[in-house]
Design a protein around this ligand. Structure first.
Ligand SMILES: Nc1ncnc2c1ncn2[C@@H]1O[C@H](COP(=O)(O)OP(=O)(O)OP(=O)(O)O)[C@@H](O)[C@H]1O
Length: 620
């Protein structure tokens, strides 16, 4: 492979800070491995003094493998790792913490859920269910830590300032009591350690005299600060990145730190690369037309090394079903032409958008692999409410079931009227014996539960919605929390549709347990690092596709509300969505197909503004 001038210059950079700014497919990863080899073999740097940092375990492993292929058989002891793995190693040496001190994502969620249960905080705006609220709050807790923010300066999207502070403090306190560290603590604790113990910092500065970082645009404040301390006093800091591919703002990434570096290190050498070796001209051109609409970016010139290639294809389809059929047929044609399944990717903004395509691919017996977490529909709060009603109808009387739905719709039943593990209507009547109007409500509640006793799930759900008044409750809920009522009705419609397949609650319950187990097993597999992808079509979110490349890429569901995501409103949020779309387009080497739907649940839906930017025209 003949390196271009910019690549050669970057690889052979001497000492001091250097930043390589480069577009997709320009060989950034290649430069990191080549430079590491160069430092050892040409500049005489000791391999154990070199630290190479990436953002994901997958990327770290791929980088290490590329380096090992490059330096076949030499087994240089260079340290490759993610920020987390490296900072964990440092904390391990300093405090002797071990794997049992680390909290898994699941444990963090459980703890945060417990913290929420100890407060009076109700389900809140903008999230669909408790599970999503926990996930979002954990992300916000992480943002405070990763951004080295003061609590008073942080504004939660979901809780008031006081509520968020209460949750944050309580979560941190209980975690400390358990002597546990979560994912983000690794960074914050390392930062605190280096500030408190200069002698420890000096030891690590001596150990890692050359630091190289890939995907630098994804760095957050605390990572930046720790690296700055670690790289001192020599600042042999070599970073590569592309501000247009910064897609982790929602987790606290600060691409502007790339700009900041220029001010902080006046001696910083900046090298810009311009050649894209991955994608054809049609693809790089289409991607460039889209990203030009972002204001906050470094200007870049990009040339394709590959020639014109095939035109980018944009396909309009009626709905998700038709889209999945279309993409599956196109994939089959590619496979018939001899393209390996692993060289084909289907990319989407959110994992739920893979539901239909995965079903149709299975029907056609096309092997595929999903990389992302798909939320379990049965964990949605509406579904949980319906299930609680159905269980009461089936004769169960657990307190938790009563607590779930006793005020959905509002019945004015207080928690302390249900003190026992098992609740019965007689006890409720006794509790409210001096309030006639409450007795009427309880009687009606009792009648409703008995009415549903012999109903099939579909009929029972109809009864809950219309006779008990659950739809009205949802309407009020949507208004109070300013969320889309239509979205809640979509969940209801989907649940009703699914309920038709089951004659009784018991039958349905068995199905849900089996489905949940299968989903969890598939997700546990997906979490493991994947190597071999040759034999399976790759289905993944755009976030997961970062850094990867494929012969053929299908970007599905390119619609307003999906990408840009419906929650993205502010200019910077839209710009991050545009960068995501850009990342998706630039994964393709030869063929790129983008599809959008025109109808969803009977309503018309618009194509993404990014598709219009790509085409250079409005779609009518
Ligand atoms: N000088 C070169 N000559 C030929 N091919 C090259 C050259 N430099 C890089 N490539 C090839 O271009 C492709 C993209 O390289 P690489 O994955 O390193 O890009 P990247 O800049 O890290 O991309 P991204 O930012 O999109 O993740 C790879 O297949 C790589 O082998």
């Amino acid at each position: 492979m003949k390196l271009n001038r910019g690549q050669d210059e970057a690889i052979k950079h001497g000492n001091g800070p250097c930043m390589v700014l480069a577009p997709p497919g320009s060989g950034k990863t290649l430069i990191v491995t080549e430079r590491t080899r160069y430092l050892i073999e040409e500049s005489g740097v000791r391999p154990d003094q070199i630290l190479v940092i990436t953002f994901t375990r997958f990327a770290a492993r791929e980088m290490k493998e590329r380096f090992e292929r490059l330096t076949a058989g030499k087994n240089y002891p260079v340290t490759f790792g993610t920020f987390h793995s490296i900072f964990y190693g440092i904390l391990k040496c300093a405090y002797g913490i071990g794997a049992n001190n680390l909290m898994s994502e699941k444990e963090s969620s459980v703890l945060l859920q417990e913290v929420l249960d100890q407060t009076d905080i109700e389900s809140t705006p903008e999230v669909e269910d408790e599970e999503e609220l926990v996930r979002e709050l954990l992300r916000e807790v992480g943002m405070v830590k990763n951004g080295l923010c003061h609590l008073k300066d942080f504004h939660s999207k979901y809780l008031t300032q006081d509520e968020f502070a209460e949750v944050f403090r309580s979560y941190e306190h209980q975690k400390k009591e358990l002597k546990k560290f979560d994912f983000d603590d690794m960074l914050v604790q390392c930062y605190a350690l280096f500030r408190k113990k200069p002698e420890i910092l000096q030891g690590w500065q001596k150990r890692f005299q050359y630091i190289l970082i890939d995907e630098f645009q994804d760095i957050n404040r605390v990572q930046y600060e720790v690296i700055r301390m670690l790289a001192a006093p020599r600042y042999n800091l070599f970073v590569v990145g592309d501000d247009d591919q910064s897609i982790y703002g929602f987790r606290g990434a600060k691409p502007e730190l790339m700009l900041y570096m220029k001010q902080e290190f006046p001696s910083l050498r900046t090298i810009s690369l311009t050649v894209n070796y991955r994608s054809t001209e049609f693809i790089t051109g289409a991607a460039a037309r889209v990203i030009l609409h972002n204001d906050t970016r470094f200007y870049k010139r990009v040339q394709s090394f590959r020639g014109r290639g095939q035109n980018v294809h944009v396909q309009e389809v009626l709905d998700e079903q038709e889209e999945a059929q279309y993409v599956t047929e196109e994939i089959q044609k590619k496979l018939d032409q001899g393209i390996k399944p692993g060289e084909i990717a289907v990319l989407f903004r959110a994992a739920v958008q893979a539901r239909m395509i995965s079903e149709i691919l299975s029907e056609h017996r096309i092997p595929f692999e999903m990389r992302d977490y798909v939320t379990n529909f049965y964990r949605h709060f509406i579904v949980k409410d319906m299930m609680a009603y159905l269980q009461l109808a089936a004769g169960k009387r657990d307190r938790s079931l009563f607590l779930t739905i006793c005020n959905r719709p509002l019945r004015y039943l207080a928690r302390n009227s249900m003190e026992n593990r098992q609740v019965n209507f007689e006890e409720l009547r006794k509790f409210y014996c001096d309030k006639d109007w409450m007795l009427d409500i309880i009687d009606q509640f009792d009648v409703d539960v008995r009415m549903m006793k012999n109903m099939a799930p579909y009929a029972a759900i109809q009864y809950i919605r219309k006779k008990i008044g659950y739809d009205d409750f949802l309407k009020e809920y949507a208004e109070k929390h300013q969320i889309s009522w239509k979205q809640l009705m979509d969940v209801m419609a989907e649940l009703e549709e699914r309920s038709k397949n089951f004659k009784s609650y018991d039958e349905w319950e068995i199905h849900i347990a089996k489905y949940t187990q299968e989903l969890e097993e598939q997700q546990a597999k997906a979490r493991k690092i994947k190597g071999e992808r040759e034999n399976k079509v790759q289905l993944m979110t755009i976030h997961s596709a970062k850094g990867l490349e494929f012969e053929d890429v299908f970007v599905i569901h390119a619609n307003e509300g999906a990408i840009p995501h419906q929650k993205a409103e502010k200019k910077d949020e839209i710009e991050e969505e545009r960068r995501l779309f850009y990342v998706a387009l630039t994964r393709a080497k030869n063929n790129l197909c983008i599809s959008y739907i025109t109808q969803k649940n009977g309503n018309s839906i618009k194509p993404s503004r990014f598709v219009e930017e790509l085409l250079g025209q409005r779609i009518k």
